[in-house]
Design a protein around this ligand. Sequence first.
Ligand SMILES: Nc1ncnc2c1ncn2[C@@H]1O[C@H](COP(=O)(O)OP(=O)(O)OP(=O)(O)O)[C@@H](O)[C@H]1O
Length: 214
Amino acid sequence: MQLKAENLSAKRGEDLLFRKLNFCVNSGEALVLTGRNGSGKSTLLRVVAGFIRPESGKVTFQSQGTESRPAREACHYLGHRNGMKAELSVSENLHFWKDFLGGFEGGTGLSIEEAADVIGLSSITHLPYGYLSAGQQRRFAMARLLVAYRPVWILDEPTAALDAKADAMFSAMVRNHLRSGGMALAATHQPLGLDNAQQLEMRGFEFDDLEEMV
Ligand SMILES: Nc1ncnc2c1ncn2[C@@H]1O[C@H](COP(=O)(O)OP(=O)(O)OP(=O)(O)O)[C@@H](O)[C@H]1O
């Protein structure tokens, strides 16, 4: 399996935030985006996930023996927001995502109970999501990655506001995903503890000014 970005440029407002990016992530690999606040990490992740149309270029996903397709079809996106309804129970939220996302070739999703067990919160899936602490809510947003299989995990500051134990739990989850052939693209200021991750430094709008000055 391979995720490939070719000649990728994107605008925010009137200006290009990055241009002509090329990168390739293979099965079992992670790409970590670095760069100061506002440098374009979230924007790039949202382009890969299909939420923002690129100005040029494309991102494709290919698995062995199949046609390449838009990368967004192969992605899970865990952004700053948790994507859960406060009024529904945890279990209802996760069932919604499992049914909505459906399957994807090459893997199977866990049951709600199994996923809740992985994140260490199997005893509270009956509670309304809105009752949970911020850290518990974030953990269940992570469980969403497990209930439906997608080979590519797009992670935008996934562990912000988590305690050290939850941090370690999530790193283990990502390492396990990579070991079983998945891929991850992550923007994070806290290291995820991934060995041999590729790094891509985003430079933001100011990089254009610098280029023009030299
Ligand atoms: N709709 C918009 N119109 C104009 N500029 C925007 C818009 N959305 C974002 N920006 C700008 O694009 C730049 C990149 O934002 P982005 O969220 O991708 O950065 P980031 O590297 O993820 O930052 P952080 O580390 O703070 O999360 C920022 O300067 C932001 O102000």
